[in-house]
Design a protein around this ligand. Sequence first.
Ligand code: DX5
Ligand code: ZN
Length: 216
Amino acid sequence: MKHLIAPSVLSCDFANIQRDVEMINNSEADWFHIDVMDGVFVPNISFGFPVLKAIKKHAKKTIDVHLMIVNPDQYVEEFAKSGADVLTVHYEACPHLHRTIQLIHSFGMKAAVALHPHTNVSVLENVIEDLDMVLIMSVNPGFGGQKFIDNAINKVKQTKALIERTNSNAIIEVDGGVNLETGKKLIDAGADVLVAGSFVFNSPNPNETITQLKEM
Ligand code: DX5
Ligand code: ZN
């Protein structure tokens, strides 16, 4: 499949959030990537349900919610009600990961699992057939604008191999430090969805930058 682009709303101008949501609506972007951080699982606090609901009101594309929170099970239902289409939890936050994946599916959402840069892809072997997506973190989660960790490319290849040798239909998303250079390498390695925050929103023409990411 042609790769998808998911601009990360974390890097948008929160005083002009509707303007930036409309920019994404009118661009070649495929998804909205929404980063929820609780200040416990990661050393930063972003935003929660009221902001997600406000985005959902205007967004015309798939809502891809990346939870960087402890005990995500507690909030799965509320994220479904708030408009999430794809819900990503961290492997490192889920002691009962199989149960969490089932819970996400029970609310009609696609289920994805994210891996920190230090977490081996092999930990997903026993759940890969239940997953709709794997999210490979190419930075340590918590902040936009960090430097891409090159080993993410190896992990995308390993994830692709795992998907191919099982009956999994999972796709592969990568998040952190994506630009035209790292993005190209990731697509060649097998990535299906590229998240991009600062590269899009810090560029002079975000709409045009999304087109470049889509067309590379
Ligand atoms: C980081 C977040 C990312 C972040 C990416 O913890 O999960 O989605 O917004 O930002 P960039 O593209 O600037 O690395
Ligand atoms: Zn993210």
